[in-house]
Design a protein around this ligand. Sequence first.
Ligand code: ZN
Length: 193
Amino acid sequence: MQPLIDNARAYGQRPEEFAGHAQGQSPEVLFITCSDSRVVPALITGARPGRLFELRTAGNIVPAYGAQSPSGEAATIEYAVQVLGVADIVVCGHSHCGAVGALVRGDDLSAVPAVRDWLAHAADEPKPCDPADPTVVDAVQGHVLAQLQRLRSYPCVQRGLAEGRLRMHGWYYEVHTGAVRAHRADTDAFETL
Ligand code: ZN
């Protein structure tokens, strides 16, 4: 922890770099990804502060609209789309995802009941996948598409898509190579960016 504290202390030594942020934010993208520590959206995209509005959940799960009220996830999505007016939403799954892997393997999650209940109520059945493959690539990619579909249940997203001011993207990030693949609608496959 101490190196992180030291860095945070040093980070605030350049206030001139941050003064503009007092005027507000106008991020271009709502970036939805897993809480996994190996996935760092700002490093992957090179985004400086102010450009990505992030939603991070266990397994980058997007709950169905109205599934739980109040919902922090729904509030974040609605604020990004309706108030901030982001033009793009990225759902980024990743290789070696613990949450998706647990679903694929049918792990006993009784020791982590909050995780068990979150996956049970929020996730769909994972796509069949070789449980011996640690990347669980097929399941993760199917899972990303399922979350994009869920986003379409949000009224604000429906409006944004209907009015042509919102685009959605499905990404798959390999934690062991740094490669990003994006879902292409024309081929229905995840291909290198
Ligand atoms: Zn994950």
